[in-house]
Write a protein that binds this ligand. Structure first.
Ligand code: HEM
Ligand code: CA
Ligand code: CA
Length: 329
């Protein structure tokens, strides 16, 4: 080959490979860090502002946003299926009755539709908002990839067979998590979300029994008795169905490892929380997390990344909704 002819092939080959790589990754549909860097550079900032301004006027918002992403991602993947309104959509299942935070997602979406119409998915806003809710309450700030697209399907009957109930045994919980590609480790780490937020009395009433005089008594021996007494006081049978109890009786507004310290002192609110301490497969991990907040935060980053990539739709799948509560068609 002539001397000068060798000057071009290498860079050309490299750029061809680069183009093929770009095409391949966008067609095969993966998420990217900073997916909106060119198409909507302020996307993540807008979501963060929306989460912090709504949380400063309503401190219950971070907990709501964190639960919202869990219930979205476990049903049809992280695709905002949970936001669709209509007859028999996911929101009509009783497991989703107390889900909130939708208005925060919608308000970020309104701003983003104004700034970059048809670009940022509701599914990404949900994942980013939950990420920001954790950071805002003192948890780790983590980078998450974006590029999720919004789903078209939302059916109430899909909820019950994917979401977990507080009455589940450890095996049932492990099973539901592994169906989503999540491990036993992820189960213990992501349950740490209960370090913030609240619950309705009905969510843990099964740990008490009503005696012949209508008085509640503790039947679940894995609960600390003075904590149980407090709960019975806050949640008598006569309590209004709207009464709320803190998930973390110590630091309910702070995303920290207090949840695991509560488990060790038998103050896990739900039966499914206490199970993490009583089961031999998870006790040691709970103890390690209770001792080491850095370890919890690092692990949270890994497990949250897995949670927020469950069954994502990318590339040409799904759509970018104009309003999160309805599909475009
Ligand atoms: C492992 C099985 C789990 C069960 C059985 C469970 C169950 C529950 C229940 C019953 C409530 C109270 C709902 C109410 O009464 O209003 C609740 C609240 C909450 N859950 Fe879970 N959960 C689980 C895992 C998770 C995960 C993985 C996350 C997120 C990563 C999460 C985040 C939350 C948050 C933040 C709240 C508070 C919601 C608020 O303040 O409005 N949970 N959970
Ligand atoms: Ca979903
Ligand atoms: Ca806490």
């Amino acid at each position: 080959m002539e001397k000068g002819a060798t000057a071009f092939p290498f860079p050309i080959a490299v750029s061809c490979l680069f183009i093929v790589f770009i095409l391949a990754t966008s067609v095969s549909g993966s998420l990217f860090f900073n997916f909106y860097a060119a198409s909507c550079p302020t996307a993540e900032l807008i979501v963060r502002n929306s989460v912090s301004s709504s949380s400063s006027s309503d401190p219950s918002i971070p907990g709501k946003l964190l639960r919202l992403v869990f219930h979205d991602c476990f049903v049809e993947g992280c695709d905002a299926s949970l936001m669709l309104l209509g007859n028999n959509t996911e929101q009509s299942d009783p497991a989703n009755r107390s889900i909130g935070g939708f208005s925060v997602i919608e308000s970020a979406k309104r701003v983003l539709e104004f700034l970059c119409p048809g670009t940022v998915s509701c599914a990404d806003i949900i994942a980013l908002a939950a990420r920001d809710a954790v950071a805002l309450t003192g948890g780790p700030m983590i980078q998450i990839p974006t590029g999720r697209r919004d789903g078209m399907v939302s059916v109430a009957s899909n909820v019950r067979r994917n979401i977990l109930d507080t009455s589940f045994t450890m095996d049932e919980m492990i099973n539901r998590f592994s169906n989503k590609g999540l491990s036993l480790f992820d189960l213990v780490i992501l349950s740490g979300a209960h370090t913030i937020g609240t619950a309705h009395c009905s969510s843990f009433r099964d740990r008490f029994q009503q005696d012949s005089k209508g008085k509640l008594t503790l039947i679940d021996k894995s609960l600390d008795s003075s904590y149980a007494n407090e709960l019975m006081k806050e949640c008598p049978l006569s309590a209004s169905p709207s009464v709320l109890v803190n998930n973390d009786p110590e630091t309910s507004m702070v995303f920290d490892n207090q949840y695991y310290r509560n488990l060790i002192t038998n103050k896990g609110l739900f039966q499914s929380d206490s199970a993490l301490l009583s089961d031999n497969r998870t006790r040691r991990l709970v103890e390690d997390l209770a001792k080491d907040q850095q370890f919890f935060f690092q692990s949270w980053g890994q497990s949250f990344l897995k949670l927020t990539t469950i069954g994502v739709k990318t590339g040409n799948e799904g759509e970018i909704r104009s309003f999160c509560a309805s599909t475009n068609a």
